[in-house]
Write a protein that binds this ligand. Structure first.
Ligand SMILES: NC(=O)C1=CN([C@@H]2O[C@H](COP(=O)(O)OP(=O)(O)OC[C@H]3O[C@@H](n4cnc5c(N)ncnc54)[C@H](OP(=O)(O)O)[C@@H]3O)[C@@H](O)[C@H]2O)C=CC1
Ligand SMILES: C[C@H]1O[C@H](OP(=O)(O)OP(=O)(O)OC[C@H]2O[C@@H](n3cnc4c(=O)[nH]c(N)nc43)[C@H](O)[C@@H]2O)[C@@H](O)[C@@H](O)C1=O
Length: 360
C-alpha cells in the first residue's frame, strides 16, 4: 500500500477499527475513508453498492460487525447471524465488483470446534461441532472465511482472513450485559471499589443515573456491591487476550507485507494456481493472538489487584462458561514475521487508566 492509497476502514469507531485507523494514520497513510453505522448501514446491499461505486477504495479493512460477549451472542442469536452475514456479504462482494486490491476480513477464534486440540491450528476449522453459545456468530464468520477463499480461487482476488483471539483496549464496550469479560470485570470491580469507598458521586456519574439508590439497584442486578463482585461461570474456562493496538498492528502488517497466497498455502500451491484438485488441508486464514492464556479466575484476581478492590469474587455457575479453552497456535503468524508486544498485566493497567480518564 502506498501512503496515498485509498483505504476504507469499515467499523472505524469500534475497538479494532479505531486502533487500525490510528495505526494507519501514525504510519502516514493520508487517504483513509470511513463511514459511521448511521451514515452507511453495511447490511443494506444497495447503499453499500453505491458507496463502493462512488468511493472506489483500493484497500479494505473489514472491522465492522455485530459483536458482543457470551450472553449477547447466546441471546441475540438471530441478530448475530443475520447482521454479520449481511455486512460481510455486501462488503466482500462489492470489493470484488470494484476491484479492491486487497481486503482483510476479521473473523474470530470461535470458528474452531468447541473441543479442538490446544493450541488451535488454522487447519482445525470445520473438523468438529461448534460451541453453542456463539454458534450463529461463528457460522457467519466461517461463511466469511469461505467467501474470501472462494472469491480468491474463482476470481483471483486478494482477500485475507484473520482470526483474532479475545481482544481488549481503548474504545471497548463496557456495557455490563453485552460486553466481553475483560471490560465487564473492570467496570464491575471498579464500581464495587467506589461503593466500598463511598465515592457515590463517581458511581452516579459513571452509570448516568440520578441517585445512589438507583445506582446500587442497577449494580445489584450484575452482582456488584461494596463487598463483592459476581463473576459469570465457574472461573475455570481459559481465555487468551490481545491488546487491540497489537491486533491493529498485525492487520496493517499483513496488508502491507503479505498476500492471500502467503496465508493460503505455500504448502498447497495447487489451490493458488486454481487447479481443481482438492488439497488435503485447506489453510485459508491466519490466527492472531499471543499464544498465552489465563483462567477467568486468574483474570478476575489480576483485575482486582490492579483496581485495588478488597472485597470478594463470587462465581455464578448459573451463567455459561462457554468454551473451556480456545488458545490460538500463532506459529504461522510468527513465521510470517509478526509477534505481539503488550503482555496481559500491562494491558490491563493501560485499559484501566484509559477507563479512569474517560470517566474523569
Ligand atoms: N472484540 C473482540 O474481542 C473480538 C472481535 N473480533 C472481530 O473483530 C472485528 C471488530 O470487532 P470490535 O472492534 O470488537 O467491534 P466493535 O463492536 O467495537 O465495533 C464494531 C464496529 O462495527 C460497526 N458496525 C456494526 N454494525 C454495523 C452496520 N450494520 N453498518 C455499519 N457499521 C456497523 C460499528 O459502527 P458504529 O461505531 O458507527 O456503531 C462499530 O464501529 C469484528 O469482526 C469482530 O467480530 C474477533 C474476535 C474478538
Ligand atoms: C471474543 C469472543 O467472545 C465471545 O466468547 P467468550 O470468549 O466466551 O466471551 P466473553 O468474553 O463474554 O466470556 C469469556 C468467559 O468469561 C466469563 N465471564 C465472567 N464474568 C463475565 C462477565 O461479567 N461478562 C462476560 N461477558 N463474561 C464473563 C464468561 O462466562 C466466559 O466463560 C463470543 O461469544 C464471541 O463474541 C467471540 O468471538
Amino acid at each position: 500500500m502506498d501512503k496515498q492509497a485509498k483505504i476504507y476502514v469499515a467499523g472505524h469507531r469500534g475497538l479494532v477499527g479505531s486502533a487500525i485507523l490510528n495505526n494507519l494514520q501514525g504510519k502516514g497513510y493520508n487517504n483513509i475513508i470511513t463511514r459511521t453505522h448511521k451514515e452507511l448501514d453495511l447490511t443494506n446491499q444497495l447503499d453499500v453498492a453505491s458507496f463502493f461505486e462512488e468511493e472506489k477504495p483500493e484497500y479494505v479493512f473489514l472491522a465492522a460487525a455485530k459483536v458482543g460477549g457470551i450472553v449477547a451472542n447466546n441471546v441475540y442469536r438471530a441478530d448475530f447471524i443475520y447482521e454479520n452475514m449481511m455486512i460481510q456479504n455486501n462488503v466482500i462482494h462489492q470489493s470484488y465488483v470494484h476491484q479492491v486490491k486487497k481486503l482483510l476480513f476479521l473473523g474470530s477464534t470461535c470458528i474452531y470446534p468447541k473441543n479442538a486440540p490446544q493450541p488451535m491450528k488454522e487447519e482445525y476449522l470445520l473438523t468438529d461441532t461448534l460451541e453453542y453459545t456463539n454458534e450463529p456468530y461463528a457460522i457467519a464468520k466461517i461463511a466469511g472465511i469461505k467467501m474470501c477463499e472462494s472469491y480468491n480461487l474463482q476470481y483471483g482476488t486478494n482477500f485475507i482472513s484473520v482470526m483474532p483471539t479475545n481482544l481488549y483496549g481503548p474504545n471497548d464496550n463496557f456495557d455490563l450485559e453485552k460486553s466481553h469479560v475483560l471490560p465487564a470485570l473492570i467496570r464491575k470491580i471498579h464500581s464495587a471499589k467506589l461503593l466500598s469507598e463511598t465515592k457515590f458521586d463517581e458511581v452516579i456519574k459513571d452509570l448516568n443515573v440520578s441517585n445512589i439508590e438507583e445506582a446500587k439497584a442497577y449494580l445489584a442486578k450484575f452482582g456488584v456491591s461494596e463487598n463483592s463482585v459476581e463473576v459469570w461461570g465457574s472461573g475455570k474456562p481459559k481465555r487468551e487476550f490481545l491488546w487491540s493496538e497489537d491486533m491493529a498492528d498485525a492487520c496493517v502488517f499483513l496488508m502491507e507485507n503479505r498476500d492471500f497466497g502467503d496465508v493460503m498455502a505455500s504448502r498447497h500451491p495447487e489451490l493458488v494456481s486454481g487447479s481443481l484438485k482438492q488439497p488435503e488441508i485447506r489453510n485459508t486464514h491466519i490466527n492472531i493472538g499471543t499464544g498465552v492464556d489465563v483462567s477467568i479466575k486468574e483474570l478476575a484476581e489480576t483485575i482486582k489487584d490492579i483496581v485495588g478492590f478488597k472485597g470478594n469474587l463470587v462465581f455464578n455457575t448459573e451463567k455459561p462458561d462457554g468454551t473451556m479453552r480456545k488458545l490460538t497456535d500463532v506459529s504461522k503468524l510468527n513465521r510470517l514475521g509478526w509477534k505481539h508486544k503488550v503482555e496481559l498485566k500491562k494491558g490491563i493497567e493501560q485499559i484501566y487508566n484509559w477507563y479512569l480518564e474517560i470517566n474523569e
